[in-house]
Design a protein around this ligand. Structure first.
Ligand code: BYC
Length: 330
């Protein structure tokens, strides 16, 4: 062997790991295994970077599109207090989207690329936001169930292996827990109100229960990304593990409200220390993922319109920055 080739990795091995340098990959995997955070300027495998951009940008899109179903009730909240609380919550969701876009940008993608992917339908966002909010009780159900499911998923993400994503999650989780409580408080008021109000609360639970379980993604056996994301500690729990935890925590909350979870197969399993529950309608899930959800078209139109209507703000900010830079240069 010529001396210049000494120390070069075996090309067959390099190809098997996606063209990455095995020594760098080994050092990276050791850091992940030791629960160290990976930071933007650290070396990382391209597939790790791609997975993070995919997950974080989709998470950001979910927060932004997620403002729409609740925004629908801002002008119709039943009291000034309810309106102020809901307004604060919807603004928080916008903030979450912004932290997450920033976290994704540290991986080398741009805000424009991510927004373009959302608007052209290439990027996904959570299926849950493709369902309509028909009554005020839906606002309670979203806070209780949707934010409740989001917390279940996001608390472990505070220990995800990519530093900027993990740190964004700390504040997001604090705010989500306020959101969950505001939703549950609405449900308590409705469930203890007039018979009509209690019926509205039950109807909202009936419509939001199954879509909330779908938020956790496909079952583990049908989840193409989970195994690798668990190895890289991007995900700390599988989709089914989180779904189970959510059911176990939420069913007693429904009982406290005096409401019935719409699942005839739901039963406490003493041996496993958790509930057995019915199968999610996966056909519906995949149809909504494909963009066929009941409010999908409306959601995308609203996002595209907001982007177009906001063009003047972006132009004004750029013009201001150009003037400031010119003054500084002079
Ligand atoms: N909806 O291999 P899998 C909020 C996609 S917002 C749509 O299991 P992964 C709030 C998945 O992307 C909170 N698509 O994927 C805001 C993948 O497709 P691609 C949002 C879904 O990534 C406002 C394919 O199916 N939270 O709380 O390992 C108001 C196969 O899935 C869904 C997050 O975004 C879905 N439900 O696991 C109120 C959490 N599920 O990308 C509240 C961060 C799966 O390969 N994300 N898909 O084309 C995650 O934790 C993970 O990405 C998931 C999926 C658990 C969602």
């Amino acid at each position: 062997m010529y001396t210049t080739e000494m120390g070069k990795p075996d090309p067959a091995k390099v190809a098997a790991i996606g063209g990455e340098d095995p020594a760098l990959l080994e050092a990276f995997e050791a850091r992940v295994a030791a629960d160290e955070f990976i930071e933007p300027k650290d070396w990382m495998p391209e597939a790790y970077r791609r997975t993070l951009v995919r997950q974080i940008s989709q998470h950001a899109h979910s927060e932004i599109v997620g403002m729409l179903p609740e925004g629908n009730w801002l002008t119709r909240a039943p009291s000034l207090r309810r309106k102020a609380v809901l307004l604060a919550k919807v603004q928080d969701e916008g903030g979450h989207g912004l932290y997450l876009y920033c976290a994704a940008e540290t991986l080398g993608t741009s805000r424009e690329q991510m927004i373009e992917a959302l608007h052209s339908g290439k990027a996904k966002y959570s299926t849950i936001f493709n369902y309509p909010t028909l009554t005020w009780a839906d606002i309670g159900a979203i806070g209780w169930l949707v934010d409740g499911a989001a917390i279940m998923n996001q608390v472990p993400l505070q220990r995800t292996s990519y530093g900027p994503y993990a740190r964004a999650m700390v504040r997001v989780c604090k705010e989500e827990s306020f959101h969950q409580r505001q939703g549950y408080e609405i449900m308590i008021a409705m469930a203890n109100g007039t018979p009509e109000q209690k019926a509205m609360a039950q109807d909202a639970l009936n419509r939001w229960w199954w879509p909330s379980l779908m938020m956790f993604g496909p079952s583990d056996e049908n989840s193409p990304n989970t195994a690798q994301s668990m190895r890289w500690r991007i995900k700390r729990d599988t989709n089914d593990e989180l779904r189970q935890k959510f059911v176990d925590i939420t069913v007693p909350q429904a009982e406290f409200l005096g409401l019935t979870v719409p699942d005839p197969d739901l039963v406490w399993n003493e041996a496993k220390g958790g509930y057995d529950f019915g199968e999610v309608d996966w056909e519906e899930f995949y149809a909504v993922v494909r963009g066929e959800g009941p409010a999908a078209k409306e959601r995308m139109e609203a996002r595209r319109k907001a982007w177009d209507d906001g063009a003047w703000v972006r132009e004004a900010a750029l013009a201001h920055e150009a003037k400031r830079a010119a003054r500084a240069a002079a």
